[in-house]
Design a protein around this ligand. Structure first.
Ligand code: MG
Length: 300
């Protein structure tokens, strides 16, 4: 029998990773309602937005206003993606609890996203991470395309672990390992985490799966068995990846919560309240969200 923990930590990435990758720009008030609705549903970690230059990601050009508009709940960690010093200044003013920095395993993918090589991104993030830690923030690193890249194909585990180790050495309090395009398989995740255990402190890792080929939840189970207890997901399966043609949304938070609750793994999340929050934002997207639980609830 597979090992299951008593509880997992769910990191809700819908408002940032999700909305960044939706074609439609959601109004600021609806974003605030989404974040507050997620916190009310029991999410204790929410990535709210991204302090990038407003013209680079128009969907998230209102990060300051969203932070100013949300109602902070005690015990909830509100985070934001930060690409540079100016972004960190804005994040500090907004009162974030945690920042995240975004890189990946392959130069082609990282260049397409942030216009620099992997090595350059790590060099650039080191002083940023140090400053954020000095300011008392938590820092999360993202390792995107850790299992497969839309440009380079399958990714060597050793190379992915090098990038992960660099982020941990830099002081990142957590590193999220991303299957950005949703090509990872359970066997691959098991091998990946097996090698990771030999090189790193895997208690610092979170896993970030996409459901492009229907393997996200199976990958979660394999990761649970390997001792991982932090998982990223997005309300209703928001998002996709503009640099990853064909990638569908993130693992839907409802699907993760449903699978865990039936398996005796606590998430602290009220699935009905979560669906209300997801449906609220879906009204502004002009499309049905792909989450399976959410979709099946519509039908009966
Ligand atoms: Mg994602």
């Amino acid at each position: 029998m597979m090992k299951l923990p008593e509880a997992i930590e769910v990191v809700e990435v819908g408002p940032r990773d999700g909305l960044q990758n939706e074609k439609t720009r959601v109004p600021t008030a609806a974003k605030i309602a989404l974040v507050d609705g997620l916190a009310a549903a029991g999410l204790r970690r929410i990535e709210v937005s991204s302090f990038v230059r407003p013209d680079t990601i128009p969907q998230l050009d209102d990060a300051d206003a969203v932070f100013a508009g949300i109602t902070r709940r005690p015990g909830v960690r509100y985070s934001a993606l930060v690409p540079n010093e100016i972004g960190l200044d804005r994040a500090l003013l907004a009162g974030v609890d945690e920042i995240s920095v975004f890189t990946g395993v392959t130069d082609s993918f990282v260049r397409a996203n942030i216009r620099m090589s992997v090595e350059d991104s790590l060099r650039r993030f080191a002083p940023l991470v140090a400053r954020a830690l000095d300011a008392g923030l938590l820092v999360r690193g993202y390792v995107s395309v850790a299992f497969g890249c839309p440009y380079d194909g399958e990714v060597a585990i050793g190379r992915a672990l090098d990038v992960t180790a660099s982020l941990i050495d830099m002081g990142c309090t957590e590193v999220s390992i991303g299957d950005t395009i949703g090509v990872a398989t359970p066997g691959q995740v098991a091998r990946w985490l097996d090698e990771a255990r030999r090189r790193l402190d895997t208690t610092r890792l979170a896993m970030h799966f996409h459901d492009t080929r229907g393997t996200a939840l199976a990958n979660v189970l394999v990761a649970l068995d390997a001792g991982i207890v932090v998982f990223d997901s997005a309300a209703g399966g928001l998002g996709g990846c503009p640099y990853a043609p064909g990638a569908s949304g993130n693992l839907a938070t409802e699907d993760l919560v449903w699978a865990m609750s039936g398996s005796g793994v606590a998430t602290g999340i009220d699935i009905d309240a979560l669906c209300v929050a997801s449906r609220g934002v879906a009204e502004h997207l002009g499309r049905e969200l792909p989450g399976r639980y959410l979709d099946s609830c519509r039908k009966y």
